[in-house]
Each structure stands twice: as structure tokens, then as C-alpha cells.
Design a protein around this ligand. Structure first.
Ligand code: ARG
Ligand code: ZN
Length: 878
């Protein structure tokens, strides 16, 4: 039941045109599908096998006449097709039940509006089809529906006709001029309003941009529209890629399995990534909207104009498009240090989510070799590690070279469905003298081998020859199905500093490690230097670089690469954390005076950005610390992090007061990077001041925080004040939570925050699980809404390790019951939740045995979706 990459075979038939007519009805929607089909002459003669799922078949006609057919599993099989290679008309009439579609794949209803989600294999839930991305067709679509209930009728392309029908119904006909795979098909029908924006592009063509939402949300669409306009301008400037549509539409829905979807000309978004108003959205929300709007827009070229041959190539579009949205956000951030902040945030995601994935039972290459359910492979590995692989290509060929490479890629492959090899080939061919071109077959191992490579460093200074020799040694641990790894091509950006923190002139260079072991000699080095390596995080690897604490302190104070400056601080904190986790006995004050002093210097620094300071003072994540250990006691890690946090709160008390007061904003809310950084730092200061007050009993700062919570003029400040009270467990927290609910009970996305804040609060004596269980019964909790389910259950299981990993195993029992409960109606959401126990084998007792027991119950359950089965059976495999 595994699908294997090596089994790829081109389709036996092509579908050139598709004409779809929908009679939309929530209970029973009728779909008439008229296709022009022809045999693929390059393949042996065989029956036509069309995919279908949860469809009721009413009629099949070939060239207007009835034909014999059979159903084989989920496929409709046609054997008696016309002889020869001439195209023929295939007409299929089916019905489906959108209101019963709880999986949210295919055609479904949310709050009385019809939406579709077809990637990866949802189109087969709409009509019988060759549901694979290498079959590209031209679509025309007629939508018919009740006019009062569904005044807006949208599909891909251009509106060519619309009008009234009998019985209060109306219709609209859409024609998409671009050929596309069926996973990019979309329709929307409902009662929506839109923000419209005509634009003229650099090349002088006119376009209409539209964002469709519920009437009450119209005032939350301005930021998304600005982001879209910025993304369009950026893609033209940076890569010469223009908007190829007269009309570009975005529609938002509250019920969506993922973040958003790049359907040609009709993107469909989770409301979470479109709606943003200062009163209801935080700075993080604003930044996410900007980045996801850009991401989906960028897919119009990287994904839609050039698409994937098969789903194993998913990173061809996702890795490349994440890379592009990261670059966009960096360019939007502006200053070099704001760019570095974005880079640090992206690397944190990689380390806290992708590194664990790459070390666990679900580890897979950026281009997987097999899957049971493709939806399980929309992962941080395919997306974020895939983006790092593209970034390494840019590093190896240079920024200009990379732009040249993409240009060649589009010259060669526009309109085609291709593979990851084709992308690398184009970039290498456009840069024939680059290390990428020289090492291309070896570079492809990034797509083929799973696991995070390790690079061990040692350095030797020779005063006689005034040289510094750096030795680099690479290795990669085994991953499931891949016991042995071949060496990777690893670009290591390097520079040397002296012990006063001065950059040694001429020492900056890019080392391209490709052998298992390499030595690099730096000339003209008078005294033992400090090497700053993997600058800007030039490769997705784990660096084992035995710098002394003093050397790390020098880099933290002076490195000219802001990323490595941050990294030096993180390494210091990580060392302290690991030492305290490994020590015997009760946890006590993990941070030493020198580290505290260095962090104070960062906080008080006259020129560093507030956003950078906030990141530098953020402790390494729980999961990141856990990854460094062979055996994980989640309670111990939690206790150590809490102790470190408490120390920071007390030792830097005066500095936090200063930071809070020095970074206040006056004037209106603006979501730009500089203002957001100041708010992030004041928010952190409030957390620390409330924490210190918890121990001292001094009510001043909790009181000020509560006041700030009430008086805040934007959601960022309000939410941070609320969360500072909740984190400190202050008695005012309950009052603030109640007020917050009262005020925002009609704002779905704010309610999600309210649930998440409670599910993610620090555990005190096991109080979080009962609270989460009580919240399941709250009238505002809706299990079937993916955002709401994730905000309560997902936050508890994925983002609150101390509350989840309970010695009594009750957290795992809760996980088990929710996975099974959700799996019965939405396997995709259930499978994400199922991954919360990926790393169970690393857990210490009693956690390990209890997690194992919960996993076994899920694995043995009948029925179980393919999605969840794949996740838990991989977790249980040895
Ligand atoms: N292509 C979308 C994006 O990354 C994600 C769609 C994933 N959908 C799914 N059902 N797995 O922009
Ligand atoms: Zn994407």
C-alpha cells in the first residue's frame, strides 16, 4: 500500500480540456464533467483508469453514447474506448454531498459557503479524473446556484458570462486561459464581499486584485492587499516574473486544513493568514499574513507555471516558494539587522521542528522515496529544509547567478510538470563555473538523503608559519531505511576574529565542504583566532565547534554577522541548560554571572535592534534542548528553563524596567519590523517583571500589566500583557482572561488565541490538562473547526511539553482519545496531532512506556485512516 517514487510512469491518457458544470446544493451537488481525452501514444494500450472518492456515479458517455465501465476500488475503469489516438469526448455525471464533507478535501461547505481544496488529491472527490499533477488541461467552469444564498460565484480564470436562471437561481461561467493540473482547480460560492484593487504592473498591463471575505471582516483585509501588491512588485523586480492574469482573487475561509492554497488565479486562504486588523491581530499575525500571501502569490510561477511531475517532487514547488517568501520578507524588513532577525526566526523553526523530524521516525528526504498518504508529507522537511537546499544553491552560485538560473528554468520548463533534478540542472547550467555545477550529482544528495548532517570542527594555529588550519569533518546519522550516508556538499561561510573581537582582514570566505574531511588554511594569522563558522546559517547542519565560553562571549559581543552573534548567545545558553539538565539533584540557578552580564550587555546595547535583543534573550526552545539529549525527561528540561527564566527575571530586573520604559511606542500602530521589535521587547520585559513579582509578592508590575492589558490600543500589546499575567500565574490572569473573552467573543481568530493561551500556559501541579478538558466543553469550542481544534488540542499536545508529558500518562491518554475522535471525520488534522508522540522513544520512564501504550491503542484501532496509520506505524516501527 506504499506509493513509490521509482514506480513513476507517465499517464496512459491525456486530458486536454475539461468543461465542468456544477449545480451547487449543500446536500447534493450535481457535477457534469465533459472532457476531451486522448491516448498517450508513448504508453502501451491499456484501459483508462480514473480516480474518484465519495462520488455517486450517474452516467458515463463516450462521444455522446453509452459505454461499458466498471468500478475497481476507488477507480472508474473504461475498457471499450475508441480505437486509435484521436481525441474523444468523455462525459461523466456524478453527485456529491458537500455538507457531509468533514475532511475539508474536495468540495465542502463552511458557514454556508462552498469552497474547494484539491491539493494534493482532492479533485477526485469532485469528479472522476486523472488526479495527478502531470495531466494538465484547459478548464471552463459553469456554476449554478441559488442567487440569494450564493450571490458570489467564483472559479479560476476570467468571468465570461453571468446571468439569472429560473427559480431564483443564477449562473456564472469562468474560463481559465492557462493549462493546469487539477490540484489547482478551485471554486467558491457564497455570500461574500470583496476589497478590489486595480493595479498597473511595471510592464504596463492592468490587473484586478480582489480579496473576498465575510462582510464583517472587510475592514481586516487592507494589510493582505498591501502584501499582495508588494509581492507582485517584488517578483517582477527581483526575478522578472510578472502577474500573468487579468484577475487575481483571494478568498478566506474559517474552515481550512492548512494555511492557504495557490489555486490558479483563485487562492483560498485560512482566515488566519488573511485577516489582520491592529485591534485583533498581533505583529506575528501581520508578519504571517504578509509571508503567506506572498508565498501563495509566488506559487503562480513556482508551482503553477512550472509544476510537479509527481507528488514526490513536492519540494520543487514548496522548497523553492518558501525560499522566495523568506527572501521577500527579508527585503521587506529592510535594514541588515532586520533581515537577520527574519533569518534567525526561520532557523529557529528549522531547529525546533525540522531537526526533530529529521531525527525521528518520520524522517524522510526532501524528496521522499515512498508514502502511504501524501498529505503526511507536507512537512517542515519538504518546506523548510527544502528552502534551505535552494538557499545553498543561491550561496554556491551567488545571488545574480541564482536569478540567471531561475530564468533558464522558466525558459526551459514553462508550462511543464517537472522534477527537482530539472531545477538544479537549470541553476547549474546557468552557472557552469560554479561549485554547484562541479558538484551537482553530489549536491543532489540533499534531495535523496534524510537526516541532519553534523560538521565537527577543530582548529590549529601555527605561529611559525602564521597560519590557522581549520579541520572540518562531516557525518550524518542513520535514518529509517537509510543506514549509511554519503557525504554532502556543505557550504560553510567562515571568518576569523581576534580575541578583541576584530575581524581579521581578508579572512571571510566560503568553504565548500564535500569530502568527509577537509582542511582549510588561513594565511597571515598572528595569534590563535576565533572562527565564526556557518555564518548566516549557510547550511542546514549541526555544527560541533568546541569554542570556549570566552570565545563565545567575544562573538556574542562583536561578530559582524548578526546571525552568528545571536548563535553565540544561544550556544552559551544551551550549554548552561544542558549542564543543569544533566546534573544530579534539584535544579538551581543554571546561569553564571558572566552569561548574565553578557545578556545584560545585549539588552542595554546602544545600537542593536530591539527585535534582535528579544531573540538573543529568548531561551533555546524545549524541543531544541531535548534534541541534544539521548534520554529526555521533559519535566527536568522544563524545570531548568523555568529556573533560567527566573534568574533572568531577577538578575536583570532593573534592566527589564529600563527596557520596558525605553521602548514604548507613541502614535498609531504600524506593523513594520522596527515597531514590532520594540513591542516584542516590551512584551518580554513585562513577562520578566511579572515573573519577578510572583516571587517578591510586589503587586506593582502585575498591576501595571493588567492596566496595560485593559488600555492597550492594539492586539500585540494587549495579548502580551495578558500572556505575561497568565505565564506568571498571577491572580489577575483569570480576571483578564474573562474580560478578553467577553470583549472578543465574536472574533473567531481572537478566540483561538484565548484557547491557545490557556492550553499553553505553564503547568503548575498538573492544572493544565483539567483546564483543557473543561475547555473542550466550552460553548465556543468547535472540534470540527481545524483552527479551533489546533488552538486548544494542538497547543496542549505540541507546544506545552511540561503539561503534556505527565508522569501519570493522562496527557497521552488525552492525545490518544482526541486523535481517534478527530480521525473519524478529518484524517489530515488527526494525523498532524498524531505526530505529537514522534519522539516517544527518547523519553525517560515512566513517560516512554505510557506513550508507547497510547500509540499502540491508536495503531490497533479500527477503523483508522491511512493518514494516522502511517504516522503511528512509523512511530512504532524499530
Ligand atoms: N500548496 C499549499 C501551500 O503550501 C499547501 C496545500 C496543502 N494541502 C494539503 N491538503 N496537504 O501553499
Ligand atoms: Zn506552498
Amino acid at each position: 500500500r506504499l506509493i513509490r517514487r521509482e514506480d513513476y510512469c507517465p499517464p496512459a491518457y491525456w486530458i486536454d480540456t475539461v468543461d465542468l458544470t456544477f449545480d451547487l446544493d449543500p446536500a447534493k451537488t450535481r457535477v457534469l464533467n465533459r472532457m476531451r481525452v486522448r491516448r498517450n501514444p508513448d504508453q502501451p494500450r491499456q484501459p483508462l483508469r480514473l480516480d474518484g472518492e465519495d462520488l455517486t456515479l450517474a452516467r458515463v458517455l463516450v462521444n455522446g453514447a453509452g459505454t461499458s465501465f466498471r468500478i475497481d476500488g476507488a477507480q472508474l475503469v473504461l475498457e471499450n474506448l475508441p480505437e486509435g489516438d484521436e481525441p474523444f469526448e468523455l462525459e461523466i455525471f456524478t453527485t456529491c454531498a458537500p455538507e457531509k464533507n468533514t475532511q475539508l478535501m474536495g468540495l465542502y461547505v463552511s458557514q454556508g459557503t462552498f469552497y474547494t481544496q484539491c491539493e494534493a488529491e482532492g479533485f477526485r472527490r469532485i469528479t472522476y479524473f486523472l488526479d495527478r499533477p502531470d495531466v494538465m488541461a484547459t478548464y471552463s467552469v459553469t456554476l449554478r446556484a441559488d442567487k440569494a444564498r450564493y450571490p458570489v460565484l467564483l472559479s479560476n480564470g476570467n468571468l465570461v458570462e453571468a446571468g439569472d436562471l429560473e427559480g431564483g437561481r443564477h449562473y456564472a461561467r469562468w474560463v481559465d486561459p492557462h493549462r493546469k493540473p487539477c490540484y489547482l482547480f478551485a471554486l467558491v460560492a457564497g455570500n461574500l464581499v470583496c476589497r478590489s484593487q486595480p493595479i498597473r504592473s511595471r510592464s504596463g498591463t492592468d490587473h484586478l486584485l480582489q480579496i473576498y471575505v465575510r462582510a464583517a471582516d472587510l475592514d481586516k483585509t487592507e494589510h493582505a492587499m498591501h502584501s499582495l501588491m508588494a509581492a507582485i512588485a517584488w517578483d517582477e523586480t527581483r526575478f522578472g516574473l510578472p502577474l500573468d492574469l487579468e484577475r487575481f482573487m483571494i478568498v478566506a475561509t474559517s474552515d481550512f486544513n492548512m494555511g492557504a492554497m495557490e489555486n490558479k488565479g483563485l487562492n483560498i486562504f485560512n482566515t488566519k493568514y488573511i485577516l489582520a486588523h491592529p485591534a485583533t491581530a498581533t505583529d506575528t499575525d501581520f508578519a504571517n499574513v504578509e509571508s503567506v500571501v506572498a508565498h501563495e502569490y509566488f506559487h503562480n510561477w513556482t508551482g503553477n507555471r512550472v509544476t510537479c511531475r509527481d507528488w514526490f517532487q513536492l519540494s520543487l514547488k514548496e522548497g523553492l516558494t518558501v525560499f522566495r517568501d523568506q527572501e521577500f520578507s527579508m527585503d521587506m524588513a529592510g535594514s541588515p539587522s532586520a533581515r537577520a532577525v527574519k533569518r534567525i526566526e526561520d532557523v529557529r523553526v528549522l531547529r525546533t521542528a525540522q531537526f526533530p523530524e529529521d531525527a525521528g521516525p518520520m524522517a524522510h528526504p526532501v524528496r521522499p522515496d515512498q508514502y502511504a498518504e501524501i498529505n503526511n508529507f507536507y512537512t517542515v522537511t519538504v518546506y523548510e529544509k527544502g528552502a534551505e537546499v535552494v538557499r545553498m544553491m543561491q550561496t554556491l552560485v551567488g545571488r545574480e547567478g541564482f536569478t540567471r538560473g531561475l530564468k533558464l528554468y522558466f525558459e526551459r520548463h514553462d508550462g511543464q510538470a517537472v522534477t527537482c533534478d530539472d531545477l538544479v540542472q537549470a541553476i547549474a547550467d546557468a552557472n557552469p563555473d560554479s561549485p554547484l555545477a562541479r558538484l551537482q550529482p553530489q549536491f543532489m544528495r540533499w534531495y535523496a538523503q534524510a537526516g541532519t548532517p553534523r560538521v565537527q570542527i577543530s582548529g590549529q594555529h601555527d605561529p611559525a608559519t602564521r597560519t590557522y588550519t581549520l579541520s572540518l569533518h562531516q557525518s550524518c546519522p542513520p535514518t529509517p531505511g537509510q543506514p549509511h550516508k554519503e557525504p554532502f556538499v556543505i557550504p560553510v561561510a567562515a571568518a576569523l576574529f581576534d580575541h578583541e573581537g576584530r575581524l581579521l582582514p581578508g579572512s571571510e570566505r566560503l568553504i565548500v565542504l564535500h569530502e568527509p574531511h577537509t582542511e582549510v588554511v588561513f594565511p597571515d594569522v598572528d595569534s590563535p583566532p576565533i572562527a565564526s563558522l556557518l555564518r548566516g546559517f549557510s547550511a542546514p547542519v549541526i555544527l560541533e565547534h568546541p569554542l570556549s565560553d570566552d570565545e563565545l562571549l567575544v562573538l556574542l559581543a562583536h561578530d559582524t554577522d548578526p546571525f552568528n552573534r545571536w548563535e553565540a548567545g544561544q550556544q552559551l545558553l544551551l550549554r548552561r541548560a544542558l549542564a543543569a539538565v544533566r546534573a544530579e539533584g534539584p535544579v538551581h540557578a543554571p546561569l553564571d554571572a558572566a552569561t548574565l552580564q553578557a545578556l545584560r550587555a545585549v539588552l542595554r546595547h546602544p545600537t542593536l535592534d530591539a527585535a534582535f535583543k528579544e531573540l538573543a534573550l529568548t531561551l533555546p526552545a524545549h524541543t531544541y534542548i531535548a534534541e541534544q539529549l539521548d534520554e529526555v525527561d521533559p519535566q527536568r528540561i522544563h524545570a531548568v528553563r523555568e529556573a533560567m527564566r527566573t534568574q533572568l527575571a531577577h538578575a536583570l530586573h532593573e534592566d527589564w524596567i529600563w527596557a520596558y520604559e525605553a521602548h514604548q511606542d507613541s502614535g498609531g500602530y504600524r506593523p513594520d519590523a522596527a515597531a514590532a521589535g520594540r513591542r516584542a521587547l516590551t512584551g518580554m520585559a513585562l513577562h520578566m517583571l511579572c515573573l519577578a513579582a510572583r516571587d517578591s509578592g510586589n503587586p506593582v508590575w502585575p498591576g501595571k500589566t493588567y492596566q496595560r492589558f485593559k488600555d492597550a490600543t492594539n492586539m500585540t500589546d494587549r495579548y502580551q500583557a495578558l500572556s505575561a499575567l497568565v505565564s506568571a500565574g498571577h491572580e489577575l490572569a483569570e480576571r483578564a482572561l474573562a474580560l478578553f473573552h467577553e470583549r472578543f467573543r465574536h472574533e473567531e481568530l481572537v478566540l483561538d488565541k484565548w484557547f491557545a493561551l490557556q492550553a499553553g500556559a505553564p503547568d503548575r501541579g498538573g492544572d493544565i490538562l483539567p483546564r483543557v478538558q473543561a475547555l473542550l466543553q466550552h460553548p465556543d469550542f468547535h472540534l470540527r473547526n481545524p483552527n479551533r481544534a489546533r488552538s486548544l488540542i494542538g497547543t496542549y499536545c505540541h507546544a506545552n511539553p511540561a503539561a503534556f508529558h505527565r508522569a501519570d500518562g493522562a496527557g497521552y491518554a488525552f492525545w490518544r482519545d482526541r486523535v481517534l475522535e478527530i480521525d473519524a471525520f478529518n484524517p489530515q488534522v488527526a494525523a498532524r496531532l498524531a505526530r505529537a508522540l514522534d519522539r516517544w522513544k527518547k523519553l525517560a520512564e515512566p513517560y516512554r512506556s505510557q506513550a508507547h501504550a497510547a500509540l499502540r491503542v491508536v495503531a490497533a484501532h479500527e477503523p483508522l485512516s491511512t493518514d494516522v496509520r502511517e504516522v503511528v506505524s512509523r512511530a512504532l516501527a524499530d
